[in-house]
Design a protein around this ligand. Structure first.
Ligand SMILES: [Zn+2]
Length: 328
């Protein structure tokens, strides 16, 4: 390949040529829209740090879910904001009163073919805001991973009973996928897939989400269970463990600063990979667009395409409805 015989600009000369040789596409079929379900009635609370995102009560969310389905988006990912929190997060396995259980019943009856994925974690339901049960070691409060797994299994089965299509454990709790898989299999839910947040980093980009889900830790941080942003081999170890424990889809979170992780996971394991384009990434583009520094549509599409190019099959993104409109 030598100039002047080879001129790479030839294939970039017009839109049709560029389209013909385009390797990566963005398709509405690969999008998942996160939704925040708030206790109470008739609620559509704007989330100040995430423009155009809302907390929804169960009675209001079905209408929005119908719009999402009609746009061609195949799935939503549900986070709950319960009326009551306690040290063990017991709302999460309450078949009758649980916020997510009620949302699932309403959504599956209103929009039966929209896939409902549920966040399986304790942080939105515990009064201390950590992702697991606490215990004490040498005077400090730490996460008891093994005891947490038992509660996550209860939560998972309760979500499955209420109609969840896919379960997404997000707490980076050791052994969580194995516990959830075993509990599902013992309770006639062998068919329900697990989409595991296997590579979840202790990231600064989650800031706006904590306001949205009202699940910020009340003391300390999550660095003892989420991955150090400086590491990538640990992410591969985490992913291997989760695949061995029965995970069907692997999530890398956050996405944009972790495209190398998406790429390594995809090329090493060749399993379905979802990149979670997190709240901070969403908010950055929104803020820059509001200032007139960026073209919101072009920047959003380019950043999501970059994740597909890195190897993501699935994109979890707050921009899903916008993308669906733009792709029409
Ligand atoms: Zn959590």
């Amino acid at each position: 390949m030598n100039f002047p015989t080879t001129r790479l600009s030839r294939l970039r000369a017009n839109p049709a040529l560029r389209r013909l040789v385009r390797q990566t596409t963005l398709d509405v079929s690969n999008l998942i829209m996160p939704l925040f379900i708030h206790h109470g009635n008739n609620i559509k609370n704007p989330i100040p740090s995430m423009p155009n995102q809302f907390q929804w009560s169960v009675d209001r969310v079905t209408e929005f879910a119908r719009q999402i389905y009609d746009l061609g988006i195949p799935a939503v990912l549900l986070f709950g904001i319960p009326a009551r929190k306690d040290p063990i997060g017991s709302d999460t396995w309450d078949d009758q009163q649980g916020i997510i259980q009620n949302a699932l019943r309403a959504l599956k009856s209103a929009v039966p073919d929209l896939l409902c994925i549920t966040d399986v974690c304790l942080c939105e339901y515990t009064d201390h805001g950590h992702c697991g049960l606490l215990t004490e070691r040498q005077g400090s409060q730490i996460i008891d991973h093994d005891a947490t797994c038992e509660k996550l299994a209860l939560q998972a089965i309760s979500h499955a009973r209420a109609g969840a299509d896919i379960l997404a454990p997000s707490g980076m709790i050791d052994g969580a996928v194995a516990s959830i898989r075993a509990a599902l299999d013992e309770n006639e839910f062998k068919h329900i897939p697990i989409m595991s947040y296997a590579a979840k980093y202790a990231s600064a980009f989650y800031g706006p989400f904590r306001e949205a889900a009202q699940g910020a830790p009340q003391f300390g941080d999550r660095k003892t269970y989420q991955i150090d942003p400086a590491n990538s081999d640990q992410a591969l170890q985490e992913v291997k463990l989760d695949i061995d424990e029965g995970a069907d889809i692997i999530i890398v979170k956050p996405a944009l600063s972790y495209a190398d992780i998406v790429h390594r996971v995809k090329t090493t394991f060749n399993v379905p990979v979802a990149a979670y384009n997190v709240s901070g990434e969403y908010a950055m583009i929104k803020a820059a667009a509001e200032k007139g520094s960026l073209d919101e549509k072009a920047a959003t599409i380019e950043s999501l395409i970059s994740l597909r190019r890195a190897g993501a099959d699935i994109l979890i993104t707050y921009s899903a409805p916008d993308i669906a409109q733009w792709l029409k």
